[in-house]
Write a protein that binds this ligand. Structure first.
Ligand code: NAI
Ligand code: MG
Length: 354
């Protein structure tokens, strides 16, 4: 079967790692042979924004809907304010294509050492489920008395019953599908007394549907401490858009580097294409140097293959990536000295051996 993939490399290292992911996916489909990818590259980026005045053309969403999946690099560049670039591309795609779940798996890959002492690889194996459609990133608010000494800006978090119910059900299903059947819910309802209280209340309701899943509840500040001191006590984690955004960068660092972490923006109804992207940004500090770690991009690619129905091929890809990290073919962020292309070639060679 041929899958049509919309590729949006975006800015900075998004361009390098998307190229690397396409190469590896092509090698995987050549070797495994049960599927083919037809990649279409979209040049939507901060560069084209400066030329045309927009990131996506007006019919951008309609264009994307024609694809089986979207593969995304990163967006953002120092000469465009970050709220313009994020709201110009990635956030509207997530919203308009109903990608209300963001799944962020974290574990310590073979050959990678956690910066935590006392953290053997098996003690950190998490899936963070991020609410991806509302909460603190709902985009509601405004500014009054701008440019005066009385300026007030509001940033309103929005929590809906429907939004909470669907993310919790997805999180419980994920927890149930994993051996430990354990779900930790993250909140801040001690200080935030409306939205977060609804969030807690709906969690308590949905929990009743999953008596086989063990649950606990953490305030987000205490959660950061627990992730560092007792990583083995966690398994599946569900958190709001902002909290999970922050916790997943911490999780990535604890598992070795932000450069290895993957994410899937899913529309679980499958009415719209889902989108796969490493969690890192465009990394202007290392862009164009050929040293970006492509592992997060490969992991995201593996999750795309899994979502499209090829579980075994996804596992093969991750095995090959881990053979490479175990052989110490690593970029600098992981303490190695290889470049993006060397790591990519090494993964392709591993795939050929399968
Ligand atoms: P960042 O993730 O781009 O970089 C943070 C640090 O991690 C930098 O030192 C960078 O060199 C390093 N790093 C990131 N990915 C790496 C990789 N694959 N290999 C090796 N090192 C890596 O976050 P930052 O600097 O806060 O944001 C830069 C730009 O990216 C901003 O414009 C921001 O808004 C945007 N951004 C976009 C995202 C997206 O498109 N989904 C997500 C996060 C940030
Ligand atoms: Mg982030």
């Amino acid at each position: 079967r041929i899958f049509r993939i919309a590729c949006i490399p975006g800015d900075g290292i998004g361009i390098d790692i998307t190229k690397a992911a396409i190469k590896v996916l092509q090698k995987l489909s050549d070797t495994v042979g049960t599927f083919t990818f037809d990649f279409e590259i979209f040049d939507w980026s901060s560069t084209t924004f400066k030329e045309r005045g927009y990131y996506m053309p007006p019919d951008g969403f309609e264009q994307l809907k024609a694809y089986d999946a979207i593969y995304f690099g990163a967006v953002g560049w120092p000469d465009v304010p970050d709220h313009i670039s994020l709201w110009g591309l990635i956030l509207p795609i997530r919203n308009s294509l109903n990608q209300y779940v963001n799944v962020r798996p974290t574990r310590i890959l073979r050959g990678i050492t956690s910066p935590l002492s006392n953290c053997p690889p098996t003690s950190l194996n998490w899936v963070i489920i991020r609410e991806n459609s509302e909460g603190e990133y709902a985009g509601h608010g405004g500014t009054t008395h701008a440019h005066s000494s009385h300026t007030i800006a509001t940033e309103v978090s929005i929590f809906t019953r429907i939004g909470c119910e669907r993310i919790f059900r997805f999180a419980f299903e994920t927890a149930r599908s994993r051996p430990r059947k354990k779900l930790t819910m993250v909140t801040k309802s001690n200080a935030q007394r409306h939205g977060m209280v609804l969030w807690d209340q709906i969690f308590a309701e949905i929990k009743e549907e999953y008596p086989d899943v063990e649950v606990d509840k953490m305030l987000v500040d205490a959660m950061t401490v627990r992730m560092v001191l007792h990583p083995q006590s966690l398994d599946t984690i569900v958190a709001t858009n902002l909290h999970a955004d922050i916790l997943s960068d911490l999780a990535a660092a604890l598992s070795g580097s932000i450069g290895i972490a993957a994410s899937s923006n899913l529309d679980p109804t499958r009415e719209n294409p889902s989108m796969f992207e490493p969690i890192h940004g465009s990394a202007p500090d290392i862009a164009g140097k050929g040293i970006a770690n492509p592992v997060g991009a490969f992991w995201s690619a593996a999750e795309m293959v899994r979502w499209l129905g090829f579980e075994e091929a996804a596992n093969v890809l991750m095995e090959c990536v881990e053979n490479v990290t175990e052989a110490s073919i690593k970029t600098r962020d992981l303490g190695g000295e290889k470049g993006t292309e060397e790591v990519t070639e090494a993964v392709c060679l591993e795939i050929e051996k399968v």
